[in-house]
Ligand binder design. Structure first.
Ligand SMILES: [Zn+2]
Length: 275
């Protein structure tokens, strides 16, 4: 059985209503998380959160706009490498870095894991791999965050065959076992970004769906309450976003899996030291 540990790795601030329609204009801190998944077949990471590379990559040129539109807070002590070491894990022992999508707040730490295999959806990678300048910025993609050998280390979830998921996880019916031991099943969660994926993880206490940015707040799938319409300027497709949100809502009502979002737990202030 796999074990999941969450790490808060920096945060950004947005008006509350961007994440949850009608929740007001006050500014909230949205933590970025990386999830360590300890499986029988090795250590996996689900996304990286922010990293110092983000500050460097957005310090000049067009990318400055990204940092201007999305105020980001990241302290050196929040470094994921450092947090993993404190937790007793050698960051170079990470077997696979799974990337839910290529928004900068999910991939900023890629360069900190030079030994890990990289894995994402082929459609997600194809959507960004050749982007630069304004086209990249519009997809919240910062190409400078990619390690130089990204192509050589990249594997695609589509290379793992889709298999049936247990009936208790309906309305999700099929997933791709990227762990090879039945502990991590990747599923498509379309709408937020092209090729956006989530993962069902089988743990001691049952199933957890790492749902990435399929919603930004738990209330969103609990109450079927979407984000601001304005957010769809940067999200991929409104219709599929709501289709995915309805599936999360049904999964939540079924009560057979926990749902974890990358940015859940937004608050007026996020403590520097995560509990
Ligand atoms: Zn995103």
């Amino acid at each position: 059985m796999a074990k999941i540990t969450a790490f808060r790795v920096g945060h950004c601030t947005h008006p509350s209503c961007m994440a949850l329609k009608g929740s007001g204009l006050h500014s909230l801190c949205f933590p970025s998380r990386a999830y360590l998944i300890d499986t029988r077949n090795g250590l996996y990471l689900w996304d990286t959160g922010y990293a110092d590379h983000f500050r460097q990559a957005t310090a000049g040129g067009l990318n400055r706009l990204y940092a201007w539109v999305t105020p980001v807070s990241f302290e050196p002590r929040e470094s994921l490498r450092g947090q993993l070491k404190d937790y007793g894990v050698d960051p170079d022992d990470i077997h696979t870095l799974l990337l839910s999508h290529f928004h900068a707040d999910h991939i900023a730490g890629m360069r900190d894991f030079p030994r890990a295999r990289l894995m994402c959806s082929q459609s997600g990678w194809d959507a960004v791999r050749r982007l630069s300048g304004v086209a990249a910025l519009r997809q919240a993609f910062v190409p400078q965050l990619l390690p130089p050998d990204v192509e050589a280390r990249m594997a695609f979830v589509e290379s793992c065959p889709a298999t049936a998921l247990p009936a208790q996880l309906q309305p999700f019916t099929a997933g791709r076992d990227v762990s090879g031991c039945g502990e991590i099943f990747v599923v498509d969660l379309p709408g937020h970004a092209r090729g956006h994926i989530g993962a069902f993880v089988r743990g001691e206490r049952g199933w957890t769906l790492l749902a990435s940015d399929a919603a930004w707040q738990a209330q969103s799938y609990q109450e079927l309450r979407g984000p601001s319409e304005l957010s769809f300027v940067i999200q991929h497709r409104r219709a599929s976003y709501y289709e995915t949100l309805r599936k999360l809502h049904a999964l939540h009502l079924g009560g057979q899996a926990q749902i974890r979002l990358t940015h859940e737990g937004a608050a007026d202030t996020v403590p520097l030291a995560a509990p």
